[in-house]
Design a protein around this ligand. Structure first.
Ligand code: NAI
Length: 255
């Protein structure tokens, strides 16, 4: 995969897709800067990476992507010497009908899912140009398709997809690639963080058998494997792509 010795930032690395992605990069021999807000959870991710490969350097940065973007990039480069890959994975979701939601929700979601990605991209770009590195953004099927009752999240991910394409064109002359993955429903904590009870979550996962063509939800590792692919030289002629990792959900249309 040509990732040995590369320096990778993974945001939101203390759980779910981010934690699985950090482990897969470690397995490939990459040096990983893990970014998260919770020290205990980040430590667990660090241990998981070291268990996967005890020879690679793992660097935990306790930071909030909405306020610490410049520091995240600076500390990574200071500590690990360069930057080859930025994985913008940290994200939040929330539901609500337009008749009920507050502007606070819209601002909060866009601040994390879009504005923080803009900031990290801006500060990382000069370093990625030096290494001819790349960026992988973690978007969603909600960026490609529309769903009722979750407009702030869908809008943030659709904007992230467009940002991915625009920055791919900005950075292409510098040989820096920019891509996104668009997962369908993946088993992580995100749905319970949105307020689903255990019962609601179990029913949701059952319903997902019908909403995903392959008849099941996905696992974090299935997304992580695609992120690693897009970050590696195996995808050297791919830029500006939004890759669905969703068991065919994006291709479906109820009738
Ligand atoms: P998760 O909730 O386990 O992971 C999100 C991580 O981002 C958490 O560790 C959280 O603490 C971190 N984070 C949130 N705001 C942050 C901030 N301001 N600063 C630093 N870290 C912050 O959920 P999951 O599923 O692993 O989510 C990862 C990404 O995947 C998100 O961008 C999400 O939108 C996307 N996604 C997830 C899907 C799913 O079904 N699980 C489906 C499609 C996309």
């Amino acid at each position: 995969m040509s990732l040995a010795g590369k320096v990778v930032i993974v945001t939101g690395a203390s759980s779910g897709i981010g934690a699985a992605t950090a482990v897969e990069f470690a397995k490939q021999g990459a040096k990983v800067a893990l970014v998260g807000r919770n020290e205990t959870n980040l430590k667990e991710s660090e241990e998981a990476c070291k268990k996967a490969n005890n020879k690679v350097e793992i660097f935990a940065i306790i930071a909030d992507v909405t306020v610490d973007a410049e520091r995240i990039v600076k500390e990574t480069v200071d500590k690990l010497g360069q930057l080859d890959v930025l994985v913008n994975n940290a994200g939040i979701a929330d539901t609500g009908h337009i008749l009920d939601i507050e502007v606070e929700q819209f601002d909060r979601i866009l601040n994390t899912n879009l504005r923080a990605v803009f900031l990290l991209t801006k500060y990382a770009a000069p370093h990625l140009i030096k290494t001819q590195g790349n960026i992988v953004n973690v978007s969603s099927v909600a960026g490609l398709r529309s769903f009722p009752g979750i407009s702030s999240y869908c809008t943030s991910k659709a904007a992230l997809d467009q940002f991915t394409r625009c920055i791919a064109l900005d950075l292409a002359p510098h040989k820096v690639r920019v891509n996104a993955v668009n997962p369908g429903v993946i088993i992580t904590d995100i749905h319970k963080r949105m307020g689903m009870t255990e019962e609601q979550y179990a029913k949701y996962l059952e319903d997902c058998k019908a909403t995903h063509a392959l008849g099941r939800v996905g696992e974090a590792k299935e997304v992580a494997d695609s992120i690693v692919f897009l970050a590696s030289d195996k995808s050297s002629f791919i830029t500006g792509a939004t890759l669905p990792i969703d068991g065919g959900r994006h291709a479906m249309c109820p009738r």
